[in-house]
Ligand binder design. Structure first.
Ligand code: ZN
Ligand code: ZN
Length: 152
């Protein structure tokens, strides 16, 4: 086990803290429109763990079901986006890389949702890219997605 474990983080006001009892997995950015809206940023930057390896050590987030397939956790007091997870219990829960105490522990290795990548975002161009639903077996899954986000 690495001396870095657990990997800790939390929201900007400090009322919510977490500990990941694993190395951050599948660190990525997602450029999809839903991640832009959910974070208020140009993309989401996320690092994952098996759901049972992420423990809330202080407080707990509020969760918004951004679609029928996934929820996103945030601090209800300060608004920091904290998590993303598909509802499948076997799926990883992801934390926002910027909420880690040491974001250097979660170097981004791939880019998802590139169909939503903004024209002026030039970022990690050398990393593998994937469109939403492009991966093996994911097309049907994403066809069933019903967004709960406001989109105008
Ligand atoms: Zn907070
Ligand atoms: Zn996304």
């Amino acid at each position: 086990m690495s001396k870095n474990l657990p990997v800790t983080g939390g929201c900007q006001c400090g009322k919510i803290r977490y500990a990941m009892h694993t190395e951050p997995q599948n660190a990525h950015v997602c450029h999809c429109r839903m991640c832009q809206r959910a974070t208020g940023g140009l993309f989401a930057a996320l690092a994952g763990a098996p759901k049972d390896r992420l423990k809330w050590t202080k407080g707990a987030p509020t969760f918004f079901a951004s679609s029928n397939l996934a929820t996103r956790g945030f601090c209800p007091d300060c608004g920091t986006p904290l998590t993303f997870a598909f509802n499948d219990p076997e799926a990883r829960i992801y934390v926002t890389i910027g909420s880690l105490d040491n974001p250097e522990l979660a170097a981004v290795t791939c880019q998802y949702g590139v169909e939503g990548k903004l024209s002026f975002v030039n970022f990690c161009e050398d990393l593998p890219k994937e469109r939403t639903g492009e991966a093996e077996g994911q097309e049907e899954f994403f066809k069933s997605l019903k967004s709960n986000q406001y989109m105008d």
